[in-house]
Design a binder for this molecule. Structure first.
Ligand code: CAA
Length: 379
C-alpha cells in the first residue's frame, strides 16, 4: 500500500485546479445568483477531456483512472459545484453506463459525442413519487414490437435542458417490479418529449435541473440498453460509480470551504491578533481538516477499488455518506469563522454551504447510503 499519486495524476489535478481558478471562479457568484448554466465552461471542460475522463480513447474518452476523476472532481468543486455536477453525471452515470453496458452501435452513436464533450447526457431515474424508492417507477415503456411507447414524468433531472442524450428508466412489466424496468436512450427532440420549467434551487443554482415529460414517445427497440428488464440493475450499478463522483464533489466543497476559512483566519484581526491565533478557531480548523482528510481517503479508496476491478458499492456509499456529511458540517463552520462576512455572497462560503446540502440528497440520500452499507455489513 502506498499513498503517493503518480506524476500523471498530479498533473491532471493541477490542470483541474488551474481551470477552476481561471475559468470557473470568475462569474461563479453571478451564475449562482442568476441560475445561469456554465455552458462555455462545460464546453472547455469537454475540450480538456474532462467529460469522458474514464472512457477508453477508442470511444472518444481520455482513458484516465477513477483516482484522477476524484482529483478533478475535488478541484472543480472547490470553486463551482454547479459545473462539477455536470462533469459527474456525464462521466459516471451516462458515459460509464453506455460504455459498460451499451451495444457497439449505441457506443458509436451516443457514447463518442458524450465522451468528447460535444454533447451532454442526463440520467433519468427519479420521479415525483419514486425518489429513494427507485423500484416504484410510474413511467411506462410499453413494448410495441419494434419500439417502446414511453409515457410518464421524471423529476429533478440534472442537465435537464442542456443534455441531448437521456438515459430513461421506465417500467415495462409492473408485475415483475425491479425486473420489469428497462433503460432507454431518448434523444432530445423525439416527438412527445418535453422539458419542464427549471427548478429554482437552494444550491448548485447554475446547474439546470428540470422535470421531463414523455407523452407517447416512440423509442426504437435498439435504444434499450441490455436485456429486457435490465434497467434497475443498470441504474443501481451506474449509481455505485456516480456516488464516487458526488462524494468527491462533497469533498471539494468541504476543502474549498476550509481553504477560504484558513485564508480569512490569517487575515482577520480581533482582540489585537489574527483570529488564526485563537484556539476557538484553531480547533474548528483542526476538526475540519481531519474530517476532510478522512473523506478524501474514503473517496480515493472507492476509486482505487473501481480501478482495480474489485467490488466498490459499499465503499462508494461510505465515501458519499461521510463526504457529504463533512461538506455540510465544514461549510457551516466556514461561515461561522467568517462571521458576518460569511453571510454575504462576496465571500463564497455561504454558496458552498448551500451547495453542500444537495450532496446529502442526490444519487441516494444519506439514509439510502446507510441502507446500502448496512446490507453489506450484515451479509
Ligand atoms: N448492482 C446491481 N444490482 C443491484 C444493485 C447494485 N448495486 N443493488 C440492487 N441490485 C439488484 C438487486 O440484486 C435486486 O435484484 P434481484 O432481485 O435479482 O436480487 C434488484 O436490484 C432490486 O434490489 P433491492 O431488492 O435491493 O431493491 P430495493 O427496492 O430494496 O431498493 C435501494 C434498493 C438501495 C433502496 C435503491 O432503491 C436505491 O438505491 N435507491 C436510491 C435511488 C437513488 O440513488 N436515486 C438517485 C437518483 S439519480 C441522481 O440523483 C442523479 C443526478 O441527477 C445527480
Amino acid at each position: 500500500m502506498h499513498f503517493e499519486l503518480s506524476e500523471e495524476q498530479k498533473m491532471i489535478r493541477q490542470a483541474a485546479r488551474d481551470f477552476a481558478q481561471t475559468e470557473l471562479k470568475p462569474g461563479v457568484i453571478e451564475r449562482d445568483e442568476h441560475q445561469k448554466f456554465p455552458a462555455e465552461q462545460i464546453k472547455k471542460l469537454g475540450e480538456l477531456g474532462f467529460l469522458g475522463m474514464m472512457v477508453s480513447p477508442q470511444y472518444g474518452g481520455s482513458g484516465m483512472d477513477a483516482i484522477s476523476y476524484v482529483l478533478v472532481m475535488e478541484e472543480l468543486s472547490k470553486i463551482d459545484a454547479s459545473a462539477s455536477v455536470v462533469v459527474s453525471v456525464n462521466n459516471s452515470l451516462v458515459c460509464y453506463g453506455l460504455e459498460k453496458y451499451g451495444s457497439e452501435e449505441q457506443k458509436q452513436k451516443y457514447l463518442i459525442p458524450l465522451a468528447k464533450g460535444e454533447k451532454i447526457g442526463a440520467f433519468c431515474l427519479s420521479e415525483p413519487e419514486a425518489g429513494s424508492d427507485a423500484t416504484s417507477q410510474r413511467t411506462t415503456a410499453i413494448d410495441m414490437g419494434d419500439h417502446y411507447l414511453l409515457n410518464g414524468t421524471k423529476n429533478w433531472i440534472t442537465n435537464g435542458s442542456s443534455a441531448s442524450t437521456y438515459l430513461v428508466m421506465a417500467q415495462t412489466d409492473a408485475s415483475k417490479r425491479s425486473h420489469g424496468i428497462n433503460v432507454l436512450i431518448v434523444e432530445k427532440g423525439m416527438e412527445g418529449f418535453t422539458i419542464g420549467a427549471k427548478e429554482n434551487k437552494m444550491g448548485i443554482r447554475g446547474s439546470d435541473t428540470h422535470s421531463l415529460m414523455f407523452n407517447d414517445v416512440k423509442v426504437p427497440k435498439e435504444n434499450r440498453i441490455g436485456e429486457d428488464g435490465f434497467g434497475f440493475k443498470f441504474a443501481m450499478s451506474t449509481l455505485e460509480g456516480g456516488r464516487i463522483g458526488i462524494a468527491a464533489q462533497a469533498l471539494g466543497i468541504a476543502s474549498g470551504a476550509l481553504e477560504l476559512a484558513v485564508q480569512y483566519a490569517k487575515e482577520r484581526t480581533a482582540f489585537g491578533k489574527t483570529i488564526a491565533n485563537l484556539q476557538a478557531i484553531q480547533f474548528k480548523l483542526a476538526d475540519m481538516a481531519t474530517d476532510i482528510e478522512a473523506a478524501r481517503l474514503l473517496c480515493l479508496r472507492a476509486a482505487w477499488l473501481k480501478d482495480n476491478g474489485k467490488p466498490y458499492g459499499q465503499a462508494s456509499a461510505m465515501a458519499k455518506l461521510f463526504a457529504s456529511e463533512t461538506a455540510m458540517k465544514t461549510t457551516i463552520e466556514a461561515v461561522q469563522i467568517h462571521g458576518g462576512y460569511g453571510f454575504v455572497k462576496e465571500y463564497h462560503v455561504e454558496r458552498l454551504m448551500r451547495d453542500a446540502k444537495i450532496t446529502q440528497i442526490y444519487e441516494g440520500t444519506s439514509e439510502i447510503q446507510k441502507i446500502v452499507i448496512s446490507r453489506e455489513v450484515l451479509k
